[in-house]
Design a binder for this molecule. Sequence first.
Ligand code: FMN
Length: 237
Amino acid sequence: MPHNLLSDTLIVLCWLLICWGSSAHALQFFTKVPEMVKLPPPRSEGHLSVESALALRRSVRSYSKQPLSLNELSQLLWAAQGINSQDIRRTAPSAGALYPLELYLVAGLTTDISPGVYRYASEQHSLNLFKESDLRRALSGAALNQECIAAAPACFVITGVYSRTAKKYGKRARRYVHLEAGHAAENILLQAVALKLGAVVVGAFDDQGVQRVLDLPTEHEPLLVIPVGFPPQRAEK
Ligand SMILES: Cc1cc2nc3c(=O)[nH]c(=O)nc-3n(C[C@H](O)[C@H](O)[C@H](O)COP(=O)(O)O)c2cc1C
């Protein structure tokens, strides 16, 4: 190749690289912008009364291979920590409306989102990709190898940020944050019943192990893990 042609080709290539490098696509390629998943709006009416959901609720620890849809995840996330009023208050009560809970979804078998860890953004009703990998088995490892965590299509992880509540309530904050995790958890359990899903609250885990597996910020302390899925068909049991 003649010298001039070679240098011209190199200049054009550099120019193309610079143009591509400044485009949004290239930025995503290099910096891996976190994926945001807008959730479908939650329903505020269903087929089952609160009384029936209470009457039917039972801990379910094994699940069929049926994946969870984005509609089901949306409904469960909203039940736990969704916004239900103009003044951005939530489905679960919170001491002083300080909202110390952060909710994570560990997705494995879901129809509309890739396996990974997502953080729920209540005000946007969206999921933000936090870690891109199926971590159910590792999470189970941090919870005495409880099989329900590895087998569930998805697990919710309720974490608490004590300082948000402590700035107003001081020492009493720990109690309030734990109670709030219970409120959010029960909302998930009852919503699961209404969607014909099965779920269980898991409290037996190594706190630091869960933080390590999910790469949680240190102040997001794990309080409960809730595996959710469709109960097994009769033949599968
Ligand atoms: C704070 C708390 C922690 C729990 N931890 C676990 C757990 O680690 N693993 C598990 O399989 N079940 C766990 N459970 C579920 C209980 O075992 C279950 O609620 C109890 O056996 C009563 O059964 P039921 O939920 O079907 O009514 C926990 C429940 C609560 C309230």
